[in-house]
Ligand binder design. Structure first.
Ligand code: IPD
Length: 262
């Protein structure tokens, strides 16, 4: 399943990279909005998901697919959870920070996954119980010793009221950690925790396709991970991933920052 996830993610990443090159060269890309005026979907997101669905139908005809753009539901067996472009706003602005994310889940639990970056070409993969890799190199989290030396990634909802509360949490956190990053693609933030490029990551309100592959990659690199529905105190829809040395103090700092109200 890891090989299948990687194969279809690479094929979709190739499509997205070529579309981006055409866009940079001046081709117009059709853009629509979803939950809010800032929550965008492009024709390239849709084409990428169509390709992934087509390839999965050929390679794994009995499995279900849940995708960001076309929806779907988890079945009894294997469900492929697909984000055809994670970081769509970055894609639209010409930034290279976006990825195709594909995970295989059984009973709602990720068992294999791949995150592929169309521009930089990085390929992140993991298999449950067997580790995580970046282009064949085994991944391990960082090991910060103090909260004030911890680099934390986060992201913000497309809903304005909620993002104001998220910003308030970040304001509380800023004086207690080394710094905060908001690169704009949740799957890559989770991969960054796996590689030690971030010490931790927290975000509320992610969808399953945002975290399905990346959270497995972080966990298999040794991160302490909690997913939406797993840590009520952090919030019912919190995604949290942290290097083990800093997970408990960071969680405590988040709780004292009023995170539960987010
Ligand atoms: C978004 C990105 C972003 C995160 C948002 C996600 P999209 O996904 O992962 O970093 O902060 O919560 O919705 O819309 O680019 O697929």
């Amino acid at each position: 399943m890891r090989d299948t996830a990687l194969q279809v993610a690479e094929e979709a990443a190739d499509l997205v990279r070529r579309a981006r090159e055409a866009m940079v060269a001046g081709d117009a890309v059709q853009v629509d909005t979803k939950s809010t005026d800032t929550d965008v979907v492009t024709a390239v997101d849709r084409a990428s998901e169509r390709l992934i669905r087509q390839r999965l139908a050929e390679l794994r005809p009995d499995d279900q697919v849940l995708g960001e753009e076309e929806g779907g539901a988890a079945g009894d067996g294997v469900t492929w959870v697909v984000d055809p472009i994670d970081g769509t706003v970055n894609f639209l602005y010409g930034s290279p920070c976006f990825a195709v994310s594909v995970a295989a889940q059984v009973g709602g639990v990720s068992v294999a996954g791949a995150v592929v970056e169309p521009v930089d070409g990085r390929r992140w993969t993991a298999v449950r119980g067997q580790g995580a890799w970046l282009d064949g190199r085994r991944l391990h989290t960082s090991a910060p010793e103090r909260l004030d030396l911890t680099l934390v990634g986060t992201g913000f909802s497309y809903d304005r009221a909620r993002r104001a509360r998220q910003a308030a949490m970040v304001a509380e956190l800023m004086s207690r950690v080394r710094d905060v990053r908001r690169p704009g693609a949740a799957s890559l933030d989770l991969c960054a925790v796996a590689a030690g490029w971030l010490d931790a990551y927290v975000e509320h309100g992610l969808h399953r396709w945002d975290w399905a592959a990346g959270a497995l990659i972080a966990a298999e690199a040794g991160a302490v991970v909690s997913l939406p529905g797993e840590d009520e105190e952090l919030g019912p829809d919190a995604t949290f991933a942290a290097a083990p040395t800093i997970a408990a103090p960071l969680r405590a700092a988040l709780l004292s920052s009023g995170i539960a109200k987010i």
